[in-house]
Each structure stands twice: as C-alpha cells, then as structure tokens.
Design a protein around this ligand. Structure first.
Ligand code: BGC
Length: 360
C-alpha cells in the first residue's frame, strides 16, 4: 500500500473504532534502568497485570530524565489511564506527573516519590527511613571501643530515597560519631555536622554531595578508590562502611578488599540482589535489606486496578513531597545477614537455594 493509502486506512479504522487497541492502554509503567537486577525483578512481576486481562506497557528510562518524560508522553498518547512511574530524578519527574494529570490519567509514584507537585495520586514504597535505620543499627551492633574508621556512601542526590536512607542511618550513626565511637574518614561535611541529631535536607545534601555514588557501580568504585588513596594507614585496618545498595556496595567492598591496609570491613547494602546474597554467604558483604518486590508490585497493581474501576486505594500514611501530602502505603523491610539468610531468602521462597553455592 502507498503511504497516503495507509494513512487514509488508519483514519478510517480509527473512526470505526477498529484501532481501539492502540488507544486502549490501561496502565503505562516507566522504570529507571535495565542495568540493575532490582528493576528487572519489578518488571517481571508487573506482568501480573497482563494476567489480570489489562493491557500494560513497560518502558525504560535508562537513567535519563528526558527519556523518562518522553516515555510518559508516549504512554499517555497511547491512552494510558494510570501511569506507574519510578522517577530517575524525583524533582524533574514533576513535569511528567503534571502532564499525566492534564490528560486525565492517575499517577502512582513507584518506590521513589515524585517531588514538588500536587499531581501525584498515590505512592507505593518501602519504608526507606527504616532501610537506613537497619544499616545504622547493624554497623553500631558490630562496633566496640572508640576511634573506629567509618566510610559513608550514599545513592544519588537526584533520588529522594537517598535522603530518606541517609536520614535513617544518621539516626543511629550520629550519636556514635559524636561520642567518638566512629571517626568519619571520607566526608568533611559529616564531621562538621556530627553534633546535629536531626539534619535539614540541605545539610543532608551537603554530606550526600561528598559521598554520592549516583547509584552507579563504576562511580562507586572510583569514589572508594579515591577515598582510600586520600587517607593514611591509620584510617584503614578494621573499617565500617555505609554501603547504599547492593550494586554499589559490591563495588565498594571489592575496592576495600584489595587494599592491603584494610584488615576487615563491615558493609551494608539493600535490595537482596542475587550476587549480594552470594557475597553474604561468602562473607564479602555483611548485610543487605530485603525489599520484597512481590509486595511492592502487588500494592502498585492493586492501586492501579482500583483506579481503573473508579476506586481510591487505601493508604496507611502520607509523605510530604514539598507541595502536597501524598497518600502512601509503605512496606516493612527485612535485614538479611549470613546468620538468617536461610530463613529470610530461601525458606521465604524469595530465591531458590539451589541457585547459590557454598551454603553449609
Ligand atoms: C531504590 C533502591 C535501588 C536504588 C538504585 C532506590 O531508589 O529504592 O532499591 O537500589 O534506587 O536503583
């Protein structure tokens, strides 16, 4: 068929309703990156919506806020009635939320809150402050005496979660930094603020600015290498490391493991990614935080289906995004260590034990 013919046929089909399929998209989902196992797991679990008979489309932003915006726009053009968005940049995503509302779609912020706009209907998340608290508690539980070397690392300053994680960790670490149990070795801002139990967002931002990994394996590796090069032998030995997520924690841990002046390290993480579960079994990562994506996806799907049927999903709390109180449903988290990995990860059915090695 000639192009003009195709266009005419399309117009006729659209007019007759036969092309309704393309305009029938019920739920558009936009996830941040395929390069981290965490988000691939979320993607796989979202297929449940398809099983429920709804048309869904999942697009990837590959950590690019501009791509994320065009992804949302393309889903809206296809008629999406609900947008589930995990923002690459929590503030920049406000524009997408605004566009979605302008076109009559509902907006569910997924895992990461969309900031500075009233146009967010619901937020499904884990309790991110609890994630940071689990890290802080873990490191404090392993420390003895005074003058222990502490290295701090954070996620990306563009991700609101990075602030919540840090806030939770600070709640437990700060008193121990203030009393000299820990000595921070890689953030002059954290040292300057060690007397403050509650940090403002700006103050948190000043620390995060010095220790951000941008959620990137290679940035984390480069930063850890630079930190270890900058400090002397006395700052090494037995060290404590606030590792922000499994990907970056493995990168940082590997750098510390190869430094001959580091005799032992404790390092935190989150996401329970399979390679980190293996690291925990092998004693190369001290802990991770299981954020059960089965629950998160189930909550997002329930909220989306609720909206499609004209219902409002039930919330348990609200989060302030700078412009509005957003109705939310946070899920509890689980600390995973070598001691409890069997119950928390294998007995719970999260992963199959046979996929891992060196289990006693
Ligand atoms: C998520 C983490 C994830 C990180 C990097 C955070 O917002 O909560 O689970 O590891 O982003 O993708």
């Amino acid at each position: 068929m000639k192009p003009a013919r195709i266009a005419m046929t399309a117009i006729l089909l659209a007019a007759s309703g036969l092309m309704a399929k393309a305009a029938d998209l019920s739920v558009g989902i936009v996830l941040p990156t395929k390069d981290q196992t965490r988000w691939l797991q979320d993607e796989a679990r979202f297929q449940a919506l398809k099983a429920a008979g709804y048309s869904i489309e999942i697009l990837w932003s590959q950590n690019d806020p501009a791509k994320e915006k065009s992804n949302v726009e393309s889903l809206l053009t296809k008629g999406a009635k609900v947008i589930i968005l995990c923002a690459v940049d929590s503030a920049a995503a406000a524009a997408s939320a605004n566009e979605a509302h302008a076109s009559g779609a509902k907006v569910i912020a997924y895992d990461r809150l969309i900031m500075n706009t009233p146009n967010v209907d619901f937020y499904v998340t884990f309790d991110s402050v609890q994630v940071g608290e689990a890290w802080g508690k873990y490191l404090v539980s392993k420390v003895k005496g005074k003058g222990n070397n502490l290295f701090l690392y954070a996620g990306a300053a563009s991700d609101n979660n990075a602030f919540l994680f840090f806030q939770g960790a600070w709640n437990h670490l700060q008193p121990k930094i203030a009393d000299g149990t820990f000595v921070v070795q890689n953030s002059s801002q954290a040292i300057a603020l060690k007397g403050k139990a509650k940090l403002t967002r700006k103050e948190e931002g000043m620390i995060i600015g010095q220790v951000a990994t941008n959620w990137s394996f290679s940035d984390a590796k480069t930063l850890a290498e630079a930190n270890l090069t900058a400090v002397g032998k006395a700052a090494k030995g037995n060290v404590y490391i606030l590792g922000p997520n499994d990907d970056t924690s493995r990168a940082i841990g590997d750098v510390f493991a190869t430094d001959k002046d580091v005799s032992h390290y404790f390092i935190t993480g989150q996401d329970a990614e399979p390679p980190s579960i293996q690291y925990i079994i092998d004693g190369k990562q001290s802990m991770t935080v299981l954020k059960d994506t089965r629950t998160l996806v189930a909550d997002a799907v329930a909220a989306a289906l609720g909206y499609l049927k004209g219902n409002k999903p039930a919330h348990t709390t609200t989060y302030d995004n700078g412009k509005a109180q957003i109705a939310a449903k946070p899920t509890a988290i689980v600390t995973v260590t070598k001691e409890n990995v069997k119950q928390t990860i294998f007995d719970s059915g999260y992963y199959k034990i046979g996929d891992f090695k060196n289990i006693n």
